[in-house]
Design a protein around this ligand. Structure first.
Ligand SMILES: NC(=O)c1ccc[n+]([C@@H]2O[C@H](COP(=O)([O-])OP(=O)(O)OC[C@H]3O[C@@H](n4cnc5c(N)ncnc54)[C@H](OP(=O)(O)O)[C@@H]3O)[C@@H](O)[C@H]2O)c1
Length: 307
């Protein structure tokens, strides 16, 4: 047995996920490019290390970074996790990355004798903090069985969908719907408000209808109160996911007209300069297109995650 668990990437998601592992009594060594984000985890019991190479002796290393290129960089670039002579046994990547990038990473890791499990997740940082993520894996089933107890410490539900990169397809499909649903939810909310229905009342009606979901409930407070500075997921990350969806559809010969229209709308939001804000700012852009200036409603509404 090598030296426990390692973690690379302590952004919104990584930080919340590591805290679940730590509170499940797992010893974790952590590294983040911006060291200031890693240091506070020491008080939760994490061992903060100054370089990725310090995690190379770990049995299992989790990664949660932004894009395919970022994952390649933390693994293979100079000073990367597997660039030295000591290597971890297993890498479990939880980032949302491309199918092709993931397959290339698998081939490179396996050639180095490092096993690889893709485990993208559904749920934002607040969901992760509550231990309510959905985690979906693909790769060797025996490997999944081995790391499942760690996944269970972070999730309400853990699933294995098959070999290879299938979990990437799952996540890409999932996040394509994530984009299409917010696009349509914003469109119909603007329609209702322009006609005279207060936003929070309209959103509550959707939440109570057959169309309501955990997702529509999570987004109701921000869509009502317009507090986009409480970031769950950025416009740029959503654009990355819509692009992954469109590229995968093209590769498989699948027509996705609703996703294509949403991709353009999200690209326009990013192009208009929305950056370090919540992606729900899409509502403001759709309202502007309708000649509607929105105001915060300043209402107390639960996102369903408080209990
Ligand atoms: N937020 C969500 O609701 C959500 C939900 C499900 C899945 N995801 C996916 O999860 C992943 C992380 O999302 P997030 O919201 O946690 O993003 P985030 O807050 O922007 O954090 C990104 C993390 O990746 C690190 N990173 C990025 N590029 C790097 C590089 N080249 N080298 C080293 N470290 C690098 C960042 O380090 P620094 O701190 O130094 O910048 C940070 O720790 C993304 O793939 C996203 O699509 C997000």
């Amino acid at each position: 047995m090598q030296d426990g668990l390692g973690w690379i990437g302590l952004g919104r998601m990584g930080e919340a996920m590591v805290k679940r592992l730590l509170s499940g009594d797992h010893a974790v060594k952590v590294w983040n490019r911006t060291a200031a984000k890693a240091e506070p985890l020491a008080q939760y019991g994490a061992r903060v290390v100054p370089s990725k190479e310090d995690l190379a002796g770990c049995d299992v290393v989790f990664t949660m970074v932004s894009t395919t290129d970022d994952l390649k960089e933390v693994l293979f670039a100079v000073g990367g996790l597997v660039a030295g002579s000591v290597k971890p046994r297993v890498v479990v990547d939880c980032s949302s990355i491309s199918l092709e990038g993931s397959a290339e990473i698998r081939a490179r890791l396996e050639a180095l004798g490092v096993a690889y499990l893709c485990t993208p997740v559904s749920g934002n940082a607040k969901v992760a903090k509550a231990g309510k993520l959905l985690m979906v894996s693909s790769g060797p089933k025996t490997l999944f069985d081995r790391v499942e107890p760690y996944l269970q410490a972070m999730a309400r539900k853990v699933l294995w969908v098959g070999e290879g990169e299938l979990a990437r397809v799952w996540k890409i499909a999932h996040n394509t719907m994530f984009g299409v649903v917010i696009q349509n939810l914003c469109e119909i909310t603007v329609l209702a408000e322009k006609a005279g229905i207060p936003r929070h009342v309209f959103l509550e009606s959707i939440n109570e209808s057959v169309l309501g979901s955990m997702y529509t409930r999570y987004k109701t407070p921000v869509l009502s109160n317009l507090n986009f500075d409480q970031v769950t997921f950025t416009p740029r990350l959503l654009l990355k996911d819509m692009d992954l969806g469109m590229a995968t559809a093209k590769g498989l010969g699948v027509s996705m007209p609703a996703a294509a229209a949403t991709r353009e709308s999200v690209a326009r939001m990013v192009g208009r300069g929305h950056d370090q804000v919540d992606f729900a700012v899409l509502l403001v852009e759709i309202a502007r297109d309708a000649g509607l200036e929105l105001r915060p409603e300043n209402v107390q509404i639960s996102d369903g995650l408080e209990s």
